[in-house]
Design a protein around this ligand. Structure first.
Ligand code: SF4
Length: 62
């Protein structure tokens, strides 16, 4: 599973960063979330799907 954050859509709420404990998403210097892995570790896939659903601006895509 691969995911990406569309930076222009991200409002930096931090939910995806918090949910994945900064293991998949983390803040960049601009304060927006970005995906920091090429491939989502299998054990975090469910959490990432949750993050996609919960993102308030739909900024995360699989
Ligand atoms: S949940 Fe969405 S809006 Fe919030 S930090 Fe993550 S990508 Fe940005």
């Amino acid at each position: 599973m691969k995911v990406k954050v569309t930076e222009e859509k991200c409002i930096g709420c931090g939910n995806c960063v918090m949910l994945t404990e900064s293991k998949v998403f983390d803040f960049n210097d601009a304060g927006n979330a970005e995906c920091i892995v090429d491939e989502v570790p299998e054990e975090l896939e469910e959490t990432v799907k949750e993050a996609i659903e919960q993102c308030p601006t739909g900024a995360i895509e699989e």
